[in-house]
Ligand binder design. Sequence first.
Ligand SMILES: Nc1ncnc2c1ncn2[C@@H]1O[C@H](COP(=O)(O)OP(=O)(O)OP(=O)(O)O)[C@@H](O)[C@H]1O
Length: 544
Amino acid sequence: MAKRRPQDQAREDTYGQMTGAIGVLAVAFGVLAAIKDKLGLSWLATVLLTVGALVALGFLGWRVRTGVQRLWARRTQPAAEGATLNQEVPTAVANGADVAVQTHPELTAALTTAGAIGRDEAIRADEAVITPVQGVGCFYDFLMPKGRTYMDVEKRLGNVAGVFGVTRLHTKLERSRHNERRVQLLVLDRPPFTRPFPEPTRQDISAFGGVPFGHDVVGELAGVPTFDKASLLVGGMTQTGKTTLINGLITCLLIAYGDFDLYLLDGKLCGLTKFEKIAVRYEASDDPAVMEAMVDELNDRVERRYTRIQDAIRNRKPAPKFRPVFFIVDEAADFFAHDGTTAGKEQAQRVAEKTRSLVAKALESGISTVLLTQRPAQNAIPVTVRDQFLYRMCLYVASEGTAKVALGDTYFETVAPINPALLDSNIKGQGVLFVHGVSTLIRGFDFDDEFIWEVVDEVYARQQKVLEQAPVSPLKQAIDLMQGKGLDFMPTADLAPALGITETDPADRGKKLSRLLGVPAAKGAKGVRGYHLADLTAALMSGS
Ligand SMILES: Nc1ncnc2c1ncn2[C@@H]1O[C@H](COP(=O)(O)OP(=O)(O)OP(=O)(O)O)[C@@H](O)[C@H]1O
């Protein structure tokens, strides 16, 4: 079919319109003639009357339409008023589509300035609640715009705090389990921990889902979900509260875990003495050789535990359950230092390697290491050891550089870091707890001595009861014998005959005794082989 040209089309349209106009004129003339004929009026009067009637009809239609519209508007007004609480700007562009929403001016402006949301985004007024908290600060609970999440605020928390006129230390951010867009932000109106919180009761500690380390900025308990398969490194300058914190932590562990084997190396000589009574081994020393001996003993336990795990796998049995073991070292840096001699350097290297291995194997062996250091300098604790810690804590330090030693080299690139160098060093015991990528500002507990003693005495009484009720066995016999004689260590040469081993060859005798007890021999003073009462007791209580 041939295409029609545009000018032909236009000409045809004009003809059509002219024909239509002639038709309309003919009809109008006909209607006017009919009216004239019916009413007997002149042509002029007929035309004027018809035009007047049409205008009156148009006006009546307009009145009816506006009346209905007003009535409709009055009905819908209350709902609109209810939604306009708290805002000024009536329209925003939400998520690319033009939707009439009421924006929250304060939060929108703050988050835009902080860079947590874009300039074309807004926080909806009906999705935000601001609650002043008496004597604490202000709580902001709101939803981020669609397409954004809680993480957008977390990443910019320092900037958000700055916009509110405070620091990162003044903020506590929580996410919702139900909605990624929900942000719960507390902004303190004074520096954290300027007023003390009461220490928790036993019930509070037991009810905490995990192991509490201290209070967070609003006084709630904060800590770690579990200490299984984890180790902790604590750094902080002298007199910042590390030892107090660790005394509180051991107390909480005793309440939360009940029984466990405690190995304490008290480099401060009197920092951990309160727990000596219930420790499998307690040493007050700053000698690297003592550290090496304790690490050797623990690595032996690791080996034995691994053997039991392998046996269980080979025999298709469930994985064995081990009694938790905690190895806690105060002033750890001293044990990695050397005196400059070749022997000293070799020993320092050995201690570092053995400690690294112990911490690295915590995952399977259930032996957790806690190291405290007041010298978080680059080389004070070897980096190979530092890298192994899952949990980290840093109390006040003088610079970001030293904070990185305790919290990790990449700490300040993590989400919402807290700079420990900005903490008030006069408020003791506060520090940054860094667990699974999340930083929390906490203040460690400062329990009364009486409270700690009471917990220790209870654990001790429980331990004694277990020992008394243990069925007769060579191990129990050996313990009774040493306790009866008041000995902490007994050489193999004395213990073997007492348990009925008549072998005279020292090597065979040693092997037989070790098999009978199920515990490897250790070295006593002057290198004599034999058994520590603490090791035998630990073996009896834990079975490994
Ligand atoms: N949470 C706390 N609340 C109140 N006071 C505390 C708290 N933690 C520590 N202190 C006080 O701070 C002082 C130093 O504490 P602590 O001995 O625990 O520090 P440290 O870091 O282990 O010191 P150093 O490294 O010099 O051995 C002590 O007087 C202690 O009572």
